[in-house]
Each structure stands twice: as C-alpha cells, then as structure tokens.
Design a protein around this ligand. Structure first.
Ligand code: 5GP
Length: 187
C-alpha cells in the first residue's frame, strides 16, 4: 500500500501544534517529521525530538548540496526537511505528517504532488494576535515578525487542499481525523 505524506501548516499561535498533538495521541501510527532549524531551542525542547538544532553553516551546507526536500526562512531563522529522512520514513512504511510553514508546503506539493496540504486557520486575525501574545515566549520584535508572516500565510492558505478552522479544539481534531481518514481510504 502507498504511504501518504500530509503537510500541516497554520499561522503561529493558531494552535496547530495542539490540534496535531490531539490527532497523534489518537492515531499513534502516524509519524511526525522532525525538521532541522537554526533557531535556539525553547525551554523544554530537546534536540532530535522537537527539532534537529543545527548551525547556520550546517544549514547552508545542506542547501548547497540539495539535501532538503523543502526549506524556508521564517521570522529570521531557517527551517528545513531533509529528503533522506522523509524517504527513509516512507520506505519504512510510515505515514508521515510534516508541520511546516506555507512556503515549504508549496515546495513539497511541487516535488510530491500526491502530498495532501492541510491549513489550520484561526477564527479571526485578532484571536490569533491575542493567542500569540498570551504565550509570553517571544519578545515584541519577534511577535511583530510572526504577525507579518501570519498575513502572508492566510493568503497562501488559499492554495491548500483543505482548510480547518480551529475555533473549538475538539471539533478541529475530529475534522482533521476525518480529512486524513478520507485521504487514506483513497490509497
Ligand atoms: P517554531 O519556531 O514556532 O517552532 O516554528 C516556526 C514556523 O516554522 C512554524 O510555522 C513551523 O510550522 C515552521 N517549520 C517548522 N519546521 C519547518 C520545516 O522543516 N520547514 C518549513 N518550511 N517550516 C517549518
């Protein structure tokens, strides 16, 4: 049976991580891809679990040597998914979920048209701004950069296969489950 690749994007603070966590707890057979990033770990984040935290030099080496399936600069840091890592997961028979921003999602769709793109939307821009500030994990400059990205991402969401509004967490998780199950049945 063909293994599927799902890409989930959504603006910072939209709660996509929480929706995804809920989905993965109920569907542990899916694997969440681990990305490379040049940003510093947040408290509690572990190398090789949340991300592979690498230097800018190492990231540039991977770009120059075509090692990434996709990569993007986001709010001053670099993020990317290694081709080798994804191919290995698919060969191992795993259905994979990538949680990445929209530029990267479009690159994946170009290279792997069978990938399914899902965007998690906020109920409104204002809700998102409040959630982002409420996290208290970033300074004002970082928050502003992230809000600029939000506007761009909401525009990019128009090109996604599915859009799920995260107004109520439980509803968002069950909608994500039915979208993914529907796609799996097409295999
Ligand atoms: P954070 O710094 O909050 O963990 O992530 C910032 C943004 O980078 C999020 O929108 C997240 O989905 C995205 N991101 C994480 N990993 C990757 C990746 O490998 N590629 C791309 N293009 N974006 C990523």
């Amino acid at each position: 049976m063909n293994k599927k690749l799902f890409v989930i994007s959504g603006s910072s603070g939209v709660g996509k991580g929480t929706v995804l966590k809920g989905f993965l707890e109920r569907n542990p057979e899916f694997m969440l891809s681990i990305s490379c990033t040049t940003r510093s770990p947040r408290p509690g984040e572990v190398d090789g679990v949340n991300y592979f935290f690498i230097s800018k030099k190492e990231f540039q080496y991977c770009i120059d040597n075509n090692k990434f399936l996709e990569w993007a600069e986001f709010a001053g840091n670099f993020y990317g998914t290694k081709k080798k890592y994804i191919n290995q997961c698919l060969e191992d028979g795993k259905d994979i979920i990538l949680e990445i921003e929209t530029n990267g999602a479009m690159q994946v769709k170009k290279q792997m048209p069978e990938a399914v793109l899902i965007f998690i939307c906020p109920p409104s821009y204002e809700t998102l701004e409040n959630r982002l500030r409420g996290r208290h994990t970033e300074d004002e400059d970082t928050i502003q950069k992230r809000l600029d990205e939000v506007k761009k991402e909401l525009k990019a969401a128009e090109n996604f296969d599915y859009r799920i509004v995260n107004d109520d967490l439980e509803t968002a998780i069950t909608t994500l489950e039915s979208v993914i199950k529907g796609e799996m049945e097409k295999c």
